[in-house]
Design a protein around this ligand. Structure first.
Ligand code: HAS
Length: 549
């Protein structure tokens, strides 16, 4: 029998790869839309008459923020679980495939209505803008499909525990379960607003929509959404990077604790996106700001753990002092370089988040292009560079190919393009935002406006950065195609680190799911019940909305 060159079970590898094909197609489409946006905003380029600015902005946000991320994350988590907990049963695999097809159908439906210009409502689809019902139905399919994939992830973990009673579960499988749990609980909010408000309203069954309720339900989902993107990057930082640098996981317990804290505190914080909105009692905004500061703690724990991992490995290799490890890291290995640069960018990115969350300072930056700069550092740089770093070994290891020295070199070039492009674009966005430059606005809206000249240099810089990023995206797509179809056959390592012998015991309580789900729900009930009742009781008349189709 010929032994497979793939790093995991062949059927599981095909399942994970199916997700990757959609993810990288989304990268191409979404990043191309991004380039057009920055060019339009520079004022040097006019979009063709059949293409609207808000139309491409919707493509960009939906395709990158919802499609690329969800498909990449699910594909990666399925592969990581198959690798560390063992292959899926045929029943579990069927669940995952069903979910995949549901999500893909949903993406096609949503994309059709955006392309028809009947859903130019951006990825946040704020009421009172009303898209074609097909847009909301497509998105519902994506979300419900992801729940169905989640069933496979939960069940595989549950089966491992049954097969290995009393043993510590594989770290990556545990982390995938936490991320999926957070996603399932959080998406209940967006599912509620779409099913109970948007779909009946866009179908004409109701005359109006309660705008504040819809925004509150959206942001109940919106903040954990960004952690759903971040946690897979943390999975790689905690469990994969140590192996790539030749080291060990510093502490299993600390890694699990930080994931549990992220589950607890990432949901009851949605009001920090609504600090300037009337109709929400300031007391409850204050409570959610405090909870936001609590959710920063697991990220600081992650930074601590990463420094510990780097320093321990550095000392093993003879490094001295606090930063001696820097000289000992494998800088020429793109599997390390790309995620590491992602970590570096997360330092200013995270600091920007803390600024956003600080109620008074939020008044300065809210709805300015600073916020766009913030999430291009966090999501589009820290998270995406880590995802690229994962792709360099994951794709060949799933397809039974090798990451060649040539592709490694192209990966390093891609990391440089991405970092330089993002530094220029996101830097200009932060700066313009501090001066009050609004977000989500086309150049054509400024024409004849005194602001046109004032914002010109910043928006030109964004176009330059955006163009460099576009080249980075093209390089990434070429590398992806090479690794998926053309790289030489071989066995590429799926790097998973072992735990350091010096690490302490992992408390059993970390696997007590009833407890963590219970505390998560209790925190949500605490943070949302009273203000939500208040919002409904004191709601002004609903809005009839603006039909965009
Ligand atoms: Fe955010 C808006 C607050 C993190 C994404 N955020 C957004 C939006 C997005 C987004 C998409 O409170 C816009 C939504 C929209 O469309 O309106 N954000 C935070 C806070 C954090 C945070 C407190 N955000 C993220 C992450 C995102 C993301 C992560 C995506 C992945 N954000 C906000 C707020 C708003 C907001 C408000 C609303 C603004 C408004 O007014 O609209 C925190 O989680 C950040 C904690 C992070 C840290 C950094 C830890 C550093 C690490 C790296 C270590 C490096 C090493 C290498 C080891 C504390 C772990 C070192 C090596 C050396 C050599 C030095």
């Amino acid at each position: 029998m010929i032994k497979s060159l793939r790093s995991i079970d062949t059927k599981d590898a095909k399942l994970a790869m199916a997700h990757m094909y959609v993810a990288f197609t989304a990268l191409f489409v979404g990043a191309s839309a991004g380039l057009l946006q920055t060019l339009e905003r520079s004022g040097k380029f006019n979009l063709p008459s059949w293409l609207g600015y808000y139309q491409i902005l919707t493509v960009h946000g939906v395709v990158l923020g919802l499609v690329l991320t969800t498909f990449f994350i699910l594909g990666f988590m399925l592969a990581a679980q198959s690798k560390t907990a063992g292959k899926y049963s045929s029943g579990e695999r069927k669940w995952a495939w069903t979910g995949f097809y549901m999500m893909t159908t949903g993406v096609i439906i949503t994309t059709i209505f955006i392309l028809l210009n009947e859903a130019s409502v951006l990825y946040t689809f704020y009421a009172p803008l009303m898209a074609h019902p097909g847009f909301y139905i497509g998105l519902t399919l994506v979300i419900v499909g992801s729940w169905v994939v989640g069933v496979a992830i939960f069940h595989r973990h549950y089966r491992w525990r049954k097969e290995n009673p009393g043993e510590r579960t594989p770290l990556l499988s545990f982390m995938a379960v936490i991320n999926m749990l957070m996603w399932q609980i959080a998406t209940l909010g967006v599912a509620a607003t779409v099913l109970l408000q948007f779909i009946p309203w866009s179908l004409g069954f109701t005359d109006s929509i309660d705008v504040l309720v819809s925004r509150t339900l959206f942001w109940y989902f919106g903040h954990p959404l960004v952690y759903f993107w971040l946690l897979p990057a943390y999975m790689a930082w905690y469990a994969i990077i140590p192996k790539i640098i030749g080291g060990k996981i510093f502490s299993d317990a600390l890694a699990r604790l930080s994931f549990i804290l992220l589950l607890l505190f990432s949901i009851p914080v949605g009001f920090h996106h609504q600090l300037t909105e009337p109709g929400i009692d300031p007391f409850w905004k204050y409570i959610q700001v405090i909870l936001t500061f609590l959710v920063v703690i697991p990220s600081l724990m992650t930074a601590f753990s990463l420094f510990a991992t780097f320093e321990s490995r550095g000392r093993e290799l003879g490094a001295k002092g606090l930063f001696g490890w820097v000289k000992k890291m494998p800088w020429k290995d793109v599997r390390f370089l790309a995620p590491f640069i992602g970590m570096l960018w997360f330092i200013p990115g995270g600091a920007g988040g803390i600024i956003n969350a600080s109620n008074q300072v939020n008044q300065v930056v809210h709805n300015t292009i600073w916020v766009t700069g913030h999430f291009h550092l966090t999501a589009a740089t820290s998270v995406m560079l880590t995802f690229f770093g994962i792709a360099y070994w994951l794709i060949p290891s799933l397809t039974g190919r090798k990451l060649t020295a040539k592709m490694n070199k192209w990966g390093i070039i891609q990391t440089i393009f991405w970092s330089v492009g993002m530094a220029i674009m996101s830097g200009a966005m932060h700066w313009q935002g501090l001066l009050g430059g609004p977000r989500r606005s086309a150049y054509s809206e400024y024409l004849g406006n005194a602001d046109t000249a004032a914002w010109g240099p910043y928006q030109l810089a964004q176009a330059i950065g955006g163009s460099i990023l576009f080249i980075g995206m093209v390089i990434m797509i070429i590398i992806f195609i090479n690794l998926a179809f053309f790289a030489p056959k071989g066995k590429e390592e799926f790097p998973v680190a072992k735990l350091s012998v010096d690490a302490g015991e992992t408390p059993k309580i970390f696997e007590n799911w009833k407890l963590w789900i219970g505390v998560t729900l209790a925190l949500i009930v605490f943070a949302y019940t009273i203000p939500f009742i208040d919002i409904i009781q004191n709601a002004p008349p609903g809005s009839p909305g603006f039909k965009l189709w």
